[in-house]
Design a protein around this ligand. Structure first.
Ligand code: ADP
Length: 494
């Protein structure tokens, strides 16, 4: 059997500026639009639909109409559609990677890497669609048969941030569709174009009209528009990645209709370097974990704790590596660090660094804006002598800044690492097997990197504890967030 050929698009063909509702591209009812800009240069890339509550309602209406049909498709047919969507994403990895770089700013190699990473969730959940098992419960009474089956929760609302414009939304849409849910989604206002391009490919892959709907809105209109989903009884689940305050707001405001929630929120990840660690490996792991996407990820180490006896040596090794990073626009093939997403992001980074320096931190490298490149650029930075009083110790900096804190013993390292309301990722480097066992048990985090800086995988459960949220994305557990259990009890059998 010959496979149908996959359409390969140019970047310009992938740019869609309208909402995708019921399988059709539609302008906002108000006719309003907002600008999406290239963060490297400030140039306008597109004017996308600035939707309001009426558009969000239309998306829910379409998802409600499509739900019974999609729910009742055979799992293997849903899997086939998702596999075809995966193949189309991979076929268009170059153009999608360039689109990510254009609207988000990350170097092209990272943009393309994100495409493959996001696509891996689509393939994973395509396969998982066919493995949604239930249980036959051992018989409790004669004449009665009891079982538990899994059903899709219903309409899922997905709200995503700007730092991974493709991966964040793909890893919500894919499990939702695999489970038999229909989706309404709102990508971040800074980076809606990649998500809209994904919707175009999903449609081409055979996702039926109404099963996936995406609406864009400016920050100004998003609150009122999303509220329509929060109040709508037909929307049964919210899956959100973003800041902790907004996650708490969504949990509060959706309580009226008691929706199921998956919240992947802020991190403030600790990274601990013990004196028995391989310091070169620790520095390499820190570089990989910290500087991906210019430090704009929720699993980026935000607080680096180094044991006193190796502090200066580790600081030297790290500083040499950080000072050598190439900061350049995504169009430069040698770029390793791109622009920050917007002026607000650079303001926060500068505020954190200035506050740290005012409180006694030493700048080992960087520590300044790169105005010669534009308004959204900040130099990769290492700060020594960081202390808990500094803002960057309690808030995520979300930029290319490594503050080095000093600690004396293991108990102190655990205490300071856990001294945060957050608990997403954590990392430590050690060569002592007993310490590895102890520390991995004691760190209060959903994810622990042990002698490893690159943790992301579609096969692993990604998510946090404490105020970093709940729910898991990826892995064999990832579908559960989109399913509800139904208990069947059949009597009168004898
Ligand atoms: P960030 O600070 O990284 O932009 P946010 O949590 O503010 O993270 O935003 C993540 C997503 O949540 C974006 O899509 C944004 O538009 C959306 N968002 C932010 N505030 C609200 C709100 N009050 N109601 C609904 N959506 C919101």
């Amino acid at each position: 059997m010959t496979q149908p050929t996959l359409q390969r698009y140019e970047l310009r063909d992938l740019i869609r500026a309208d909402n995708f509702i019921d399988g059709k591209w539609t302008a906002a009812a108000s006719g309003q639009r907002f600008q999406v800009t290239d963060p490297a240069t400030g140039e306008v890339i597109a004017q996308v639909a600035d939707s309001g509550a009426a558009d969000f309602r239309a998306a829910t209406d379409a998802a409600a109409r499509a739900f019974p049909g999609w729910r009742d498709t055979l799992p293997k047919d849903r899997a086939a559609v998702l596999h075809r969507w995966h193949a189309l994403i991979v076929e268009n990895a170059d153009a999608l990677g360039r689109l990510i770089s254009l609207e988000q700013g990350k170097p092209f190699a990272e943009g393309r890497g994100e495409v493959m990473y996001g696509a891996s969730y689509v393939a994973w959940f395509a396969d998982e669609a066919t493995r949604i098992y239930g249980d036959i419960i051992p018989q409790q009474q004669r004449g009665k048969r009891m079982s538990a089956i899994k059903e899709p929760v219903g309409i899922v609302a997905a709200i995503t941030p700007w730092n991974f414009p493709l991966a964040m939304i793909a890893r919500k849409i894919a499990p939702a569709l695999a489970a038999g849910c229909t989706v309404v989604g709102k990508p971040a206002e800074d980076t809606p174009l990649t998500a809209l391009a994904l919707a175009m490919l999903a449609h081409e892959a055979g996702v039926p009209p109404g099963a996936l709907n995406l609406v864009s809105a400016s920050r100004e209109h998003a609150v009122e528009a999303v509220k329509d989903w929060l109040d709508d009884n037909r929307v049964r689940k919210i899956t959100f990645t973003g800041s902790t305050p907004v996650g708490k707001y969504l949990a509060r405001e959706s309580a009226g209709t008691l929706k199921k929630l998956s919240l992947e929120l802020g991190g403030n990840a600790p990274f601990i370097v013990f004196d028995d660690a391989d310091l070169e490996a620790a520095a390499a792991g820190l570089m990989a974990a910290k500087f991906r996407n210019g430090g704009q990820t929720c699993v980026c180490p935000n607080r680096v704790y180094v044991q006193s006896s190796v502090y200066e040596k580790f600081a030297d090794i790290l500083t040499t590596r950080v000072a050598a990073l190439k900061v350049a626009p995504a169009t430069d093939p040698s770029a390793q660090i791109g622009p920050m997403i917007n002026a607000r992001a650079v303001e926060k980074i500068a505020r954190h660094v200035d506050d740290a320096v005012a409180r006694g931190a030493r700048v080992l490298t960087g520590g300044k804006r790169l105005a010669e490149l534009g308004q959204n650029w900040y130099a990769p930075t290492v700060l020594a002598d960081a202390t808990p009083e500094m803002q960057l110790s309690c808030e995520e900096t979300f930029g290319p800044v490594v503050p080095l804190f000093r600690f004396n013993d293991e108990a102190e390292a655990i205490r300071v690492a856990n001294d945060t309301p957050f608990g997403l990722a954590s990392y430590f480097y050690s060569r002592d097997v007993r310490r590895i066992d102890r520390v991995s048990r004691l760190l209060e985090a959903g994810i622990v990197g042990i002698n490893e800086g690159a943790l992301a995988s579609e096969a692993a459960p990604f998510g946090g504890v404490k105020e970093s949220g709940y729910g898991r994305e990826g892995s064999k557990y990832g579908l559960d967030d989109y399913l509800s259990l139904k208990y069947l009890c059949q009597g009168g059998l004898e």
